[in-house]
Write a protein that binds this ligand. Sequence first.
Ligand code: 1HN
Length: 360
Amino acid sequence: MDMTLPPPPAARKAFYDAISTQHMTPLWEVLHALVPKAPNTHCQPALWKYADIHPYLMQSGELITAEEAVRRVLILENPALRGQSRITQSLYAGLQVILPGEVAPSHRHTQSALRFVVDGHGAYTAVDGERTQMKPGDFIITPSWTWHDHGHDGTMEADGPVVWLDGLDIPMLQFFDAGFAENGTAKSQPVTKPEGVSFQRYGANMLPVRFDAQRNAPFGPTSPVFSYPYDRTREALHQLETHDEIDAWDGVKLRYVNPATGGYPMPTMATFMQRLPAGFQGKPYRQTDGAVFSVVEGSGSVTITRGEAVQTFDFGPRDHFVIPSWHTAQLRSPSGCVLFSFSDRPVHQALGIHREERLP
Ligand code: 1HN
């Protein structure tokens, strides 16, 4: 064959059809898409205004009980990934509602979960025999394969419905085909430990004297502190704002930590809390880990840019938004705000592929 002339397209097509019978396909037709010059995510930036979705959260409470639903959650689906139950390629997010007197029954699964309490008082979550109260701003962990149930012991008048953000690594476990799940025998698991014991044991900048993160950590690689109360986080950020340097990109931003290792609280998800001081006009940055934000207090805006596409979201308390991978983000807050966020950064870092650019 004369290799100086390209073969007619029909010859290639016939060849592709022929090799297709053997379940083969030519790399050269897909190479550029398989190995992009830079992350080319299908995800879009998106904003869920609490005022818009709150009525639907409450309506869900009239349509189904927490018990029948098992978990009464409205999933936050990325608009570009509808039907896939995900907010980014690797992360699931949803808003869960529990009413006074309800129980979300006990089960366990290999997916790790985080809860970030958004609204209301009086609910608890139980993990491995210990209950913890859920207060707005608290970050609570359900480690992989631990029994967990939720309930609400308060009243409608004093406490109201409780709403929290669930973040799970569901798409990652789907990707690895590594998910297992089991239902409990009792609706609520037996409480075998006093409330607060995990925090006392692991959350006071101390550890049990014979504790060994490699050998006897109660939840393996996941933090033994499963509830991180907001009052502590808030106070730290507030103090740092007044006498520490303000980062030009992040404001004052802290990451939650597994006190036994110094690493992230969960093997698959990192969590952060940041305070933007009043008047903050952040510089632009981008990161390979797409992040989900829950606005705790105050208001501000985020401008998210990728190529020619520019979107600005104005946010206030209890709003949620997503900054996808390698989109440039710029945070602003005329009057100050507090933002919780989570991402899959631990996985990027474990694989040595995390990148961040802080732009001028
Ligand atoms: C789950 O167990 C919870 O325990 C919430 O509250 C959301 C989404 C998918 C699978 C399990 C919870 C979930 C979930």
